[in-house]
Design a protein around this ligand. Structure first.
Ligand code: NAD
Ligand code: 44H
Length: 423
């Protein structure tokens, strides 16, 4: 294979088999790292083209970067050179269409945050269409036309977004647009493109163009058509990838334990002076809050074997090398509380129990969003912030319970209020 020079560093040229939607830290430190390992182990020969699907000025850089991963007592450094090109949907849509016609293309990996997989009516003639599914439908249409509807030219989708049934959500959104473009094309998408639900796990807190930093721990659970195991045989390179018939139990455990406690901790611990996750775990009050939340509220809603994942998660949170800032987790915190913490509260209430610490975290968020907690980090949509300030974000029993916590926080301060909630 010929090597090309990008930013003065050699990039190994490989067939472009993967279209990557988004070039954020997570995909580079997780999916690209795995593809690199698969290539190095000889189970893959995959190059990646990154499609930049947002209009922001900052673009991911094509070419090699370094992934630095911290494990328990060791650091792993990997030079990743799988990205062959970055194509900008807003700067060169024709190039994106050309990539979609690629003869070697097999897989689409995406991570567009919780906001990316949306299903709305939009102008599919726009260059480019506004949303990720809209763009994908037009790119697939180009591919379908180019290959004359060849059944062997369908693509396999591995979305990494943390929403429920991510593959099925993406499929439904793409099919909605496909039906508008051409019924024959929609039939081809439905029959020959495979959308896998997946759940990912690796904490990747930071990065820049040249380097991504995260933890060594990783897990990728992939559901759906078993042919994916041969198309993307990362498990044969010893990577932590599992092909499962049903990923829902793992998803529920991971989201409730890891993401839910991240969200709750990021709501509460800054009020106690904590800046990072590891500092919060070691803080007497914040650490107690986290452990009690997991033990008394989250674990009882999960199968008995979830205890081991709680212990492992606490150990991962203690990793000081990650320097994981609580304010970075605070993005869209209320929507995340809704998706990750509310189900715990609802499940506890359904069996006649309480979930005061989950509700306490919500009370902190509501006070912070209302501007009552000084420089509390608030990073959410204007719509959500307006709803909170109008008092319409919570209703019923949740409104009553949060109001009581908010009263105590206002009167006694966050630390005393948390001590009371922990009693
Ligand atoms: N970093 C982690 O530890 C980690 C681990 C697992 C999952 N995740 C998930 O990844 C997401 C954050 O990714 P990151 O850490 O790489 O952050 P990042 O900011 O580096 O990357 C976010 C990516 O999403 C794209 N994006 C944002 N909004 C979009 C939209 N509306 N439509 C299309 N694309 C959009 C951006 O262009 C960028 O490529 C979160 O949703 C998180 O749940 C992160
Ligand atoms: O990225 P967010 O804001 O959706 O959530 C923050 C963290 O909980 C998340 O990124 C975890 O680090 C990740 O899900 C670990 O697998």
């Amino acid at each position: 294979m010929v090597a090309s020079i990008v930013r003065g560093v050699s990039v190994r040229q490989r067939p472009v088999r993967v279209l990557q939607i988004g070039g954020g830290n997570f995909l580079r430190g997780f999916a690209d790292w795995m593809i690199q390992k698969g290539n190095d182990a000889g189970v893959l020969d995959h190059g990646v083209v990154v499609l930049k699907v947002t209009a922001s000025a900052s673009a991911p850089v094509a070419g090699p970067f370094r992934v630095v991963l911290d494990g328990a007592g060791f650091t792993e450094v990997t030079d990743v050179d799988v990205i062959q090109e970055v194509a900008g949907a807003y700067t060169d849509w024709d190039r994106c269409l050309a990539v979609a016609r690629g003869a070697d293309l097999r897989l689409v990996v995406s991570n567009t945050t919780d906001a990316g997989i949306v299903s709305v009516d939009e102008d599919l003639g726009a260059r480019p269409p506004a949303t990720f599914p809209g763009k994908m439908a037009v790119l697939l249409h180009e591919r379908w036309r180019h290959f004359g509807g060849d059944p062997d030219r369908g693509l396999s989708f591995l979305p990494c977004e943390l929403i429920e049934e991510n593959g099925q959500a993406l499929r439904a959104a793409v099919l909605r647009h496909a039906a508008v473009l051409d019924p024959g094309f929609a039939g081809w998408v439905g029959a020959h493109c495979r959308f896998h639900d997946t759940i990912v796990d690796r904490i990747v807190p930071s990065g820049d163009a040249g380097e991504v930093r995260g933890e060594f721990y990783a897990r990728w659970a992939i559901a759906g058509d078993p042919r994916i195991r041969d198309e993307f045989p990362l498990d044969r390179a010893g990577l932590p990838v599992e092909f499962l018939a049903d990923i829902r139990p793992f998803r529920e455990k991971k989201v409730r334990i890891l993401n839910g406690s991240h969200t709750a901790l990021a709501a509460v611990a800054p009020l106690l002076g904590c800046v990072t996750v590891d500092a919060a775990v070691e803080h007497p009050l914040a650490g107690e809050f986290l452990r009690r939340l997991l033990r008394d509220e989250v674990l009882p809603t999960l199968p008995a074997d979830a205890g081991a994942f709680v212990e492992a998660t606490l150990e991962r949170f203690r990793n000081p090398a990650l320097e994981h800032r609580l304010s970075d987790i605070a993005l869209n915190a209320l929507s995340k509380w809704d998706a990750r913490n509310r189900p715990v509260v609802t499940d506890r209430w359904a069996v006649g129990e309480q979930a005061p610490l989950s509700v306490f975290a919500l009370a902190c968020l509501l006070l912070g969003y209302a501007g009552e907690l000084g420089d509390y980090p608030v990073r959410d949509s204007a719509e959500v912030i307006t709803q909170v300030r109008a008092g319409s974000w919570v209703r019923g029993r949740l409104a009553e319970e949060t109001a009581e916590h908010m009263r105590v926080i206002r009167e006694a301060g966050p630390a005393a209020a948390l001590e009371k909630a922990l009693r």
